[in-house]
Design a protein around this ligand. Sequence first.
Ligand code: AMP
Ligand code: MG
Length: 469
Amino acid sequence: MFHLKLENHFAELGPDFYTAMLAERVGVPHLLHANPKAAPLVGLEPAAFSDPDFAAVFSGHKPLDGFSPLAMAYSGHQFGAWAGQLGDGRALLIGQTRNGAGELWDIQLKGAGKTPYSRFGDGRAVMRSTIREYLAGEAMAALGIPTSRSLCIIATDELVQRETAEPGAILARLARSHIRFGHFEHFHYAGKHGHVRQLADYVIGEYFPDFAGDHAGWFGEVVRRTAHLIAHWQSVGFAHGVMNTDNMSILGLTLDYGPFGFMDAYAPGLICNHTDEAGRYAFDMQPAIAHWNLRALAAALNSLIPTEALISQLDTYESHFRKQYRMLMRAKCGLANEMPGDDELIGQLLTLMAKAGADYTSVFRALGESDAVFATLFAGHEVDAMAWAARYRARLPQLAGLCAVNPRYVLRNWVAEAAIRAVEDQNDTSVLDRVLHLVQAPYDSHADDAAFAAPPAPEYRELSVSCSS
Ligand code: AMP
Ligand code: MG
């Protein structure tokens, strides 16, 4: 059998931090798809995918050396309200492994069955959302955005009841850590301040070694990483959809892809989660919501870090965000050296895009490719688009390198849906395979699959995504 040596540093924190348990038997697990690019993160050779035990291991049914699966305990604020205990209701951490670069990675199975934290849930994940998360993690990583990664999808051959009955699946996902803001809130609101300190010291020791003994400095670094993460999201047009504190990574990773979306037509107020009627997690709310979530984290760290230090670190959020967002947007426009009028130029472009409902990804890609294509993206506003392009060309006659910053492919909902439909309706993984390949090299042109760079056709435009995944 393939070799993967598991370590259990999180488990060493003690029983209040999790429930140790074996995975429930979920259907008849078999490997649907595996991702060779993620295998080396946990020191696996892609040859392991054809090992007869692979599906049994990554559905949690066959132990590896050091195997000690557990469901993590955490709490959180959901849609702005304290939700109390949540925890891994359908995920199992089967262990951690240290790769050749010395990095510790969690291996977590999502959809591997019920846990003591399942509450009213069934512990299952459906194929549809599993494929979406599998592709999204890889798409984000290829865009240089911190994220969980995707190792494989295990099909379970059982039906899972959501709005309709859907095929089930398990996602084996990888992250340096799955610890969330909500882990700290969990112990703070239980009055277990020693556990807050223990968890912080574990996180600092393993992932923030430069901040050893400096809790306030560490919190400042979490603020900075979170601000940079959100700036990245805004720059590629990504809306997470459920920014509850239990979905916020303490490492500043994108975690828990549910009703997320990459924008097609630029619409700053886009709500991609149709259960979020008030639009709390609308695209343009994300920067402020992340700040809100950091305040919730700060409250949970108050036994560890003096209030004044927490406040002064929180106050750095906005400037970190603005600086990073501005830098990323300038890079997308090829404006490396600053000139007066640049901010106005970028602002005018975004205003025009919003007015015309221009496709976010295509517009920035066209900046480095062709003015003629650029103008056609602004239906009904072509004249204004040409006028903007003329001002832009006057500012920046040279366009070299823009296609290396502006992706041709993002994981559009309709593209994910095409991969899902082929798997669900025809048991065909070839579209999934192609889409994974595209999003893992999003700046390349992939001429044979250029159709996947296009905005959605009308039949796909009304796709909506909910939390019921
Ligand atoms: P989410 O909004 O998907 O991040 O989930 C919020 C909470 O609900 C977490 O504690 C999840 O583990 C739990 N949860 C979501 N879906 C299920 C499910 N199908 N079965 C059990 N728990 C679930
Ligand atoms: Mg979650």
